[in-house]
Ligand binder design. Structure first.
Ligand SMILES: Cc1ncc(COP(=O)(O)O)c(C=O)c1O
Length: 397
């Protein structure tokens, strides 16, 4: 009889040390407390509180009823890839070939993950300006690469500068990962930041992974510009986007990556061997979303705009908290540094005493410490009640 191995000896090192998603952990904790009968408000998630538009649901239902229930082309149906290429040209001034330069994936997360597996390997460094979405670092780690956090300064509005990026570039850097509008900070890159990214990428011969998932969710006249549309950037940029946030389609799992054919060809191998294709009838809904009426987005953004202002006003009246107005996406990144508590302890206190679930800023990297992320993609009344409860616990100015 060979000696018995313990379960941990069967677990791959690259996964064993991986932290589970902190945002999902917050939601799980909130759900457990609710199951115990407590009235917990969960502002930890990132799911639009709207149902997918009717015409999109109708298109998917019709496709399913017509028998569109089989495997489709691995990289996506020709109709959806065409709609994506047309959208990129129309909205973003980015030209891609729908046949060789687009892959439709089950959600935006999958497109990023597959690109990491295809283009990042041991010895490769990926620059990640932080605070950053919680999944980037684990994705790089699973691919065997080295995530290099680039801490941005909260007192400079988390602005990206060429100098900050340059300070973290090494001979092993291959990829610069940027996200605008940003989760969690709500920042939208301005022209100066875009130029800095383009210059650093060109000077150091880097690929840019540009996560533009929240591009349609903008306030106060802020504009989104795709990195791939900057001079000289199309050949070194992969654009990641999806339908989850703009069309309230998180559960459909539809995302995409678009960019130069040589990279897409390699990502397509990972895609085909891991998921085969995104869901057939969901893709019919995706075509309807991208090619149909777009008014739904404006209505949704108008509601979030109203909530964004109400939350900022309420939070700014609470002792120790400061809430800048988000420029895009649907998160308030609340500055709690004045309280001098670490963000995990503060989030824990607010969950226990106020029964409001928020994500501790440190979940988005060290640069997020002292902050809390609050999702305002939820009803006005729940938001008002949350702010009231937090004020009751921390006190008002
Ligand atoms: C910055 C960012 N990128 C990508 C995604 C992935 O979106 P999806 O639900 O389409 O996988 C999210 C989801 O929260 C996100 O916040």
């Amino acid at each position: 009889m060979p000696t018995q191995r313990s379960p941990s000896q069967f677990i791959a090192r690259r996964v064993r040390d991986l932290a589970p998603s902190p945002t999902l952990a917050v939601s799980d904790k909130a759900r457990t407390m609710r199951a115990e009968g407590l009235d917990v408000i969960d502002l930890g998630g990132g799911d639009p509180d709207f149902i997918t538009p009717q015409h999109v649901r109708d298109a998917a239902t019709a496709a399913m009823n017509a028998g569109d229930t089989h495997y489709v082309a691995s990289n996506g149906t020709p109709a959806l890839r065409k709609a994506i290429a047309e959208k990129l040209q129309r909205d973003n001034d980015v030209a891609v070939d729908p046949v060789t330069e687009v892959i439709v994936t089950p959600g935006g997360k999958a497109s990023l993950f597959q690109a990491m597996l295809a283009l990042v390997e041991p010895g490769v460094e990926v620059l990640i300006p932080e605070p950053a979405w919680v999944s980037y670092v684990p994705m790089v780690e699973v691919a065997g690469g080295r995530p290099v956090g680039v801490p941005l300064d909260p007192d400079d509005g988390f602005r990206i500068t060429a100098e900050t990026l340059e300070a973290h570039v090494s001979a092993d850097t291959r990829v610069l990962l940027v996200n605008s509008p940003n989760n969690p900070t709500g920042r939208v890159l301005d022209e100066g930041e875009m130029d800095a990214i383009a210059h650093v990428a060109q000077d150091h011969d880097l690929l840019v992974f540009s996560d533009e998932m929240y591009e349609k969710i903008l306030y106060d006249g802020h504009q989104h510009r795709a990195i791939a549309s900057l001079p000289g950037m199309a050949e070194r940029t992969l654009t990641f986007n999806g339908l989850s946030k703009a069309y309230a389609m998180t559960g459909w799992r539809l995302g995409y990556v678009a960019g130069p054919a040589p990279y897409i060809k390699q990502i397509a191998k990972v895609h085909s061997h891991s998921v085969t294709c995104a869901t057939s009838f969901a893709q019919a809904g995706g075509v309807a979303a991208l090619t149909g009426p777009q008014g739904f987005i404006g209505d949704m953004v108008a509601a979030w705009d109203r909530r964004r202002r109400a939350v900022a006003e309420g939070v700014n009246a609470i002792r120790g908290l400061r809430c800048p107005l988000a420029e895009g996406a649907f998160y308030a990144f609340v500055d709690a540094r004045e309280l001098g508590m670490d963000s995990v302890a503060l989030a824990d206190r607010l969950l226990r005493e106020a029964h409001v679930a928020l994500v501790p800023g440190v979940a988005f990297g060290g640069a997020g410490e002292g902050h809390l992320r609050l999702s305002f993609a939820t009803g006005d009344d729940l938001l008002a009640e949350s702010v009231r409860r937090i004020g009751d616990v921390l006190g008002r100015r």
